[in-house]
Design a protein around this ligand. Sequence first.
Ligand code: CP3
Length: 371
Amino acid sequence: KNINTWKQTQWPKLKNDLILRAVNGDKTDRAPVWVMRQAGRYLPEFLALRADHSFFECCQTPTLSSTLTLQPIQRYPLLDSSIIFCDILVVPQALGLEVLMEPQRGPVLPSPLIDPGHLTRLKTEVDVEKELGYVFEAITMTRRKLEGKIPLIGFCGAPWTLMAYMVEGGGSKTFEKSKSWLYKWPEESKGLLKRIADVCADLLIGQVLAGAQLLQVFDSWAGELTPHQFQQFALPSLLHISHKVHHVLSTLGHPSIPIILFPKGVHSPQSLRLLSDPKITGYSALGLDWTLDPVEVREIVGMKVALQGNFDPVVLYGGREGIEREVERVCNRWKLAGGGWIANLGHGITPGVKPEDMGWFLECVHRFSKR
Ligand code: CP3
């Protein structure tokens, strides 16, 4: 549907393009800022809406997803981007697996993929319009409601991170089951990663055609892999996604859309170097977690790729003075590092943060990231 309609769509003119400039490597007057999980349980208005609807109902109902996406935008005029409210686990659902969100435990997949024999349980052809069309509807609705104030980010999980959930049946500390797959069944693992990547790419393409102006791929568990495994398994599937997205969009005559990759926990210089050239990888920016130093990363990756991050999410519990001091310190490291910079936390904001502390954090980033 979107394949045929995007050309006719008239969008409101974009008033704040700071993040689109930073992701392309431009030095901006101050850093654009957004926060992973900015629509989440630290907001009373989020909890109020969630009280009446299950988590996946919120993801799958465009009006609810759109309302939740806009909650932090209405509360914090200092945010420079919105991100559509959804979850990375809608892709395993589209592939045919059941995913539940349990209040204390987080995501649970009651029937995980035990061994390659279970691969036949996955759909071979996934019609994303049919399975995930609600995401596209939510995007179109939300971009309209944003009235060009700030851009809208679309996203998906990375194949390795999704495979980990699909094999473990939920979160994990050791990733014993999913990493065993890589050792025992390397070829079947690559096949599974490729199948997941195809759905991820179609999901991202659909989001762009529906109105997403920027994309992010979340590889939350990339840091659990050895550098060798990252290069053998995770990276090829990440490249499959970016290349397919760019290729299909250009075939459709759509302007190219920048993609941010968040390879959480990937610290090996050889792996980072493989991600350092957007012309080769198709990823314009890399998200860093808080255990990395921006100056050190710049020395490894050079200046071609933009960077995002990387405040410790726990700084938001540091009180006004603690937040101010740390934001100033980290901003100074980023100024020293140079190149395109999108300010963000190094992982998602957590439920215990006070909403006013998030507001203060944003104020501090605006102030101390000024050049
Ligand atoms: O950033 C945003 O505001 C957009 C929405 C968004 C959510 N999840 C909403 C959400 C995004 C981008 C995600 C991505 C996501 N989901 C990731 C990658 C980022 C990361 O955190 O590493 C992962 C690994 C998931 C899977 C997932 N979903 C987990 C592990 C959990 C439980 C975590 C927890 O803190 O309990 C979720 C649930 C989830 N996704 C919530 C939200 C707001 C909270 C659950 C609730 O409302 O009950």
